[in-house]
Design a protein around this ligand. Structure first.
Ligand SMILES: Nc1nc2c(c(=O)[nH]1)N[C@H]1C(S)=C(S)[C@@H](COP(=O)(O)O)O[C@H]1N2
Ligand SMILES: [Mo]
Length: 414
């Protein structure tokens, strides 16, 4: 990489394990969570107590009723999404961090574009102010980790997988505002024969098992970049929060979450295909059902549905319950959601409460009057307008990506 630029300037302020409340953006942490966060938090909160959990390097508060901490990551509790609307509020949105959230200042941030895929001058810089002066676009899109649902390979299919043991909460929907990546690439002078980009984050290099993999980066084909990718600086009407990529992140609609690089610092523009460990070692499908050496790098997410109910919940017999959930597909708008309250013997349609759109999800509900007591498996199955439907089993891959099977949700009627 002969002309790799120096990293963009970054704040020397690093997030400590117990970060103080951040006031610059407003609303990130309340006085209560701030004082609680300054004392060492227990690994797990006791039931009922709203003690914030600690995840090393995450700035925002992680109350136990909304999050499960998994290593450096915070999974949103899908079972608690019932009281959220179509959009996932920032204080309920999952965080996937390879290292720690860097606290960056928009005032000294700049984006660098470089590489042989730019004609003329390279590198090209954009300050935060210059980005804000470009025409803006606003759109709703899900961010979903490629490994969302991963733990179900083991719990439901008896198949071992590596990686963060997410249940269904590594997903959220937000309203993003920013500029089209296409506009920035044109202004930077992208060459006609550029094929690949490689956006890279300003967070610390990712070190695992003694190997330094460098900063988080992953190739993005120019065709996708020109289609619908956004450089986002707002999330749900607020400046992008620290944990979600402040001041600017990519939003790559309908693709696996790793494509949506947070704390964006630079983008290589290349006339040759690019690669990184995030396109060679990870985010490919490995295993018996896949080519030796792995599949092509994964890109589009899959489809899922789930009940907004804890696993193992107890429901009272002899009264009508309103069961609720969400369904989504990265391929096409959701067409139907079917539910079964008898382990799959009978299916009926759930009511949909949102207009299905690509890159969004639909809330659904179904009434249920359980009569007999005992254990029951609830199922839900979504089908999209392109004809994709959730299968009984997901095709195994060793890293547990793209789980799409019907989730078997155990409850007890008492
Ligand atoms: N710079 C950087 N970008 C990143 C990551 C990261 O660790 N560093 N994690 C990626 C992954 S794996 C996912 S799933 C999404 C999660 O976005 P969120 O934390 O805003 O929910 O960010 C992606 N972008
Ligand atoms: Mo992810």
């Amino acid at each position: 990489m002969p002309n790799s630029p120096a990293p963009a300037r970054r704040s020397v302020l690093k997030v400590l394990a117990a970060a103080p409340a951040v006031s610059a953006l407003g609303g990130l942490a309340t006085a209560t969570t701030a004082s609680a966060a300054s004392a060492p938090a227990p690994a797990r909160a006791t039931a009922g107590a709203a003690v914030p959990l600690a995840a090393p390097g995450i700035v925002k508060a992680l109350p136990a009723e909304y999050f499960t901490v998994r290593g450096t990551n915070a999974e949103a509790r899908f079972d608690s999404f019932g009281d959220t609307g179509h959009l996932t509020p920032v204080d309920r949105f999952f965080v996937r961090n390879h290292t720690t959230t860097p606290v960056l200042d928009a005032a000294d941030w700049r984006l660098t574009l470089w590489g042989d895929g730019l004609h003329g001058r390279s590198p090209v810089h954009f300050t935060y102010g210059q980005l804000r002066d470009l025409p803006s676009v606003t759109r709703t899109a899900l961010i979903e980790c490629a490994g969302n649902g991963r733990s179900l390979y083991a719990s439901q299919q008896g198949e071992p997988v590596t990686g963060t043991a997410w249940t269904l909460g590594a997903v959220g929907a937000a309203r993003w505002r920013g500029v089209r990546l296409a506009d920035v690439l044109r202004r930077a002078g992208i060459a006609r024969d550029a094929v690949d980009l490689q956006p890279r984050g300003l967070d610390d290099p990712y070190v695992s098992g003694g190997i330094d993999y460098g900063r988080v980066r992953r190739p993005l084909p120019v065709a996708k970049a020109f289609d619908d990718v956004i450089l986002a600086y707002e999330m749900n009407g607020e400046p992008l929060p620290y944990d979600h990529g402040h001041p600017v992140r990519l939003v790559v609609p309908s693709w696996v979450g790793i494509a949506s690089i947070k704390w964006l610092g630079d983008i290589e523009v290349s006339t040759r295909p690019l690669s990184s460990p995030w396109s060679t070692d990870w985010y490919r499908l490995f295993g018996d059902a896949h080519p030796a050496g792995g599949s092509a790098p994964i890109s589009r997410q899959t489809l899922k549905s789930g009940y907004q109910l804890p696993f193992g919940a107890t429901l009272e017999a002899g009264r009508v319950h309103r069961l609720t959930g969400r369904a989504w597909s990265a391929h096409a708008p959701v067409r139907t959601v079917e539910v079964s309250t008898d382990g799959g013997a009978h299916w009926r349609r759930a009511h949909l409460h949102d207009t299905p759109r690509r890159d969004g999800w639909v809330r659904w509900s179904t009434p249920w009057l359980p009569r007999a007591t005992g254990p029951v498996t609830l199922l839900s199955r979504t089908t999209d307008t392109a004809g994709n439907t959730q299968p009984e089993r997901a095709v195994h891959n060793t890293q547990g990506y793209l789980f799409n099977a019907i989730v078997r949700h155990p409850v007890t009627v008492a």
